[in-house]
Design a protein around this ligand. Structure first.
Ligand SMILES: NC(=O)c1ccc[n+]([C@@H]2O[C@H](COP(=O)([O-])OP(=O)(O)OC[C@H]3O[C@@H](n4cnc5c(N)ncnc54)[C@H](OP(=O)(O)O)[C@@H]3O)[C@@H](O)[C@H]2O)c1
Length: 185
C-alpha cells in the first residue's frame, strides 16, 4: 500500500513550524489536507499530535511516534503509539504528516512513494514564540530521489506539486485520490 508524505513548507527556507505552530493561516491548505487524509491513516510525531485541537482529527486513524513510555492518546480506539521499526509493516495507505523529525526519519528510512509538496509563498506570521522548524534535509532528498509527476497547482499563494520516487511503481488509485483532493477544492 502506498506511503505518502504531505507537507506545506515556506518557500526557500523550508520552514514548516515555529515552536508548535504552523506560521500561516491558509484555509484552503488546511482543507486540502483534510480532503487528502479523511478516512485514511496518518503517521505523526508527538509534537504534531499534540498540536491538533484536543489531540485529535476526526475520521482518521492516527499512528504516533513518541519516546515517552506509557504515552496516553486521546482516542484509544483510533490512535495508536507504535515503535519506529513497525512503520514499514503498516499495510494500509499511510499519510506521513509531520513534523520535521518524522519527515526526516521517513524520507531516510522508508522513502514514501509519493510526496504532496505544498509551498507557501507568503510571509511568515510574526510574533510566534519558539524556534523555527525546517525540513530542508527532507526537501534535499526529495529533489535528488524523486521526480515531479504533476504540474504545480496554485491556490491562495500555495503551490502544490506531486512528486513520485524515481523508479518506483505508481499506484494509480492513490494518485487519482491525490489529484482529486488537490484539484477539486
Ligand atoms: N506545515 C506542515 O505541513 C506541518 C505538518 C506537521 C507539523 N508541522 C509543524 O512541525 C513542528 C513539529 O515538528 P517537530 O519535528 O518539532 O516534532 P514532531 O516530528 O511532530 O514530533 C517530535 C517528537 O516525535 C517523537 N519521535 C521522534 N522520532 C522518534 C522515534 N524515532 N521514535 C519514537 N518517537 C520519536 C519524539 O517524542 P518525544 O517527545 O517522546 O521525544 C519527538 O519529540 C510544529 O511546528 C508543527 O506545527 C508542520
Amino acid at each position: 500500500m502506498s506511503k505518502i508524505a504531505v507537507w506545506c513548507r515556506h518557500k526557500e527556507d523550508n520552514i514548516i513550524g515555529i515552536g508548535p505552530n504552523i506560521p500561516w493561516h491558509v484555509s484552503s491548505d488546511f482543507k486540502r489536507f483534510q480532503r487528502l487524509t479523511k478516512h485514511k491513516a496518518l503517521l505523526v510525531g508527538q509534537t504534531t499530535y499534540e498540536s491538533f485541537p484536543n489531540r485529535t482529527l476526526p475520521n482518521r486513524k492516527i499512528y504516533i511516534l513518541t519516546f515517552e513510555q506509557d504515552y496516553q492518546v486521546s482516542d484509544p480506539d483510533n490512535h495508536f503509539v507504535i515503535p519506529l521499526e513497525t512503520v514499514k509493516d503498516i499495510n494500509e495507505e499511510l499519510y506521513i504528516s509531520g513534523g520535521a523529525s518524522i519527515y526526516k526519519l521517513m524520507m531516510e528510512k522508508l522513502m514514501p512513494d509519493f510526496i504532496v509538496d505544498s509551498v507557501y509563498m507568503g510571509d511568515l506570521q510574526e510574533g510566534l514564540t519558539g524556534n523555527p522548524v525546517s525540513i530542508t534535509p527532507s526537501v534535499t532528498i526529495m529533489e535528488q530521489a524523486y521526480e515531479k509527476i504533476s504540474d504545480a497547482f496554485l491556490l491562495d499563494n500555495v503551490e502544490t506539486t506531486i512528486w513520485a520516487k524515481k523508479g518506483g511503481t505508481l499506484d494509480e488509485t492513490t494518485l487519482a485520490h491525490l489529484k482529486n483532493a488537490i484539484y477539486n477544492y
